[in-house]
Design a protein around this ligand. Sequence first.
Ligand code: AMP
Length: 305
Amino acid sequence: MSLLVVGSVAYDGIETPFGKTDRILGGSATYISLASSYFTDKINLVGVVGKDFADEDINLFKSKNVDLEGLQVDDSGNTFFWKGKYHHDLNMRDTLDTQLNVFERFDPVIPDAYKDARFVALGNIEPSLQEKVLHQVNKPDLVVMDTMNFWIEGTPDALKKTLKGVDLLVINDSEARELANEPNLIIAANKVRDMGPDSLIIKKGEHGALLFTGDEIFSAPAYPVIDIFDPTGAGDTFMGGLLGWLAYTNDLAPENMRRAVIMGSVMASFCVEKFGPERLKNLTEEAIYSRYKEFRRLSVIPDID
Ligand code: AMP
């Protein structure tokens, strides 16, 4: 099944306690596309890059069968640039620099060939732009959206309007509490679902994720990653693995949603092992499925009589 991915395509400067890079490919749409490319070869990317965008990076997308008809190249400026530094506690990061560049004028135009996409991934961009995408597509089976505190605080009305057209929202625990204005995560989840999304995933960083779908709550374990190097893009990669799996299986039943959450966690656990999207460049099917099995083993709870 085809997957439409809309979000940022960027260059990032990243500093973690383990190393530093001045410039590496990044952006939400990049991570979502690369992660989902391991499951489906019908990925359609909509974003914008500037005149500095390297052929090498275009070729990376092409090598993963990511269609680039919807990637606008704006020669009037440079690609969006973001710089961040992680603390010793890798859950904490400071944004040191954000240069919007051509992203400032980004207007997502969905090519006709993409309008029938069955699955839509709205990466973390301004909510009004996310909504613009929804106006251009023809009744997809599943719209999945990410957002962040910046939009929850800055453009709450636009965000709530966009949420009405979303089937599955993927956010982290602090964002869920802030959006619902509610400290209890379970109550917050109900409140967020009342805003529009049928289903909700709350990511808890290195502590796993909660899936709320139908009447069910599924608690996904966190993989104890030993080689954690750079958490950048882990959230987007989670979304890519999740959607890639759903697009591949074309099955939205609650049991398969659980598999999708684990597949998202599997891909995110690989992503953090190297700088930027480096680790997502050459994974194997065997590595992915074997880590999926490790996730299963992690959470087997023996029964008691
Ligand atoms: P994550 O670590 O999942 O939050 O995603 C990190 C990616 O988000 C980086 O590759 C950045 O280029 C991108 N990013 C940072 N700030 C923004 C922003 N304001 N809008 C869109 N993308 C952003």
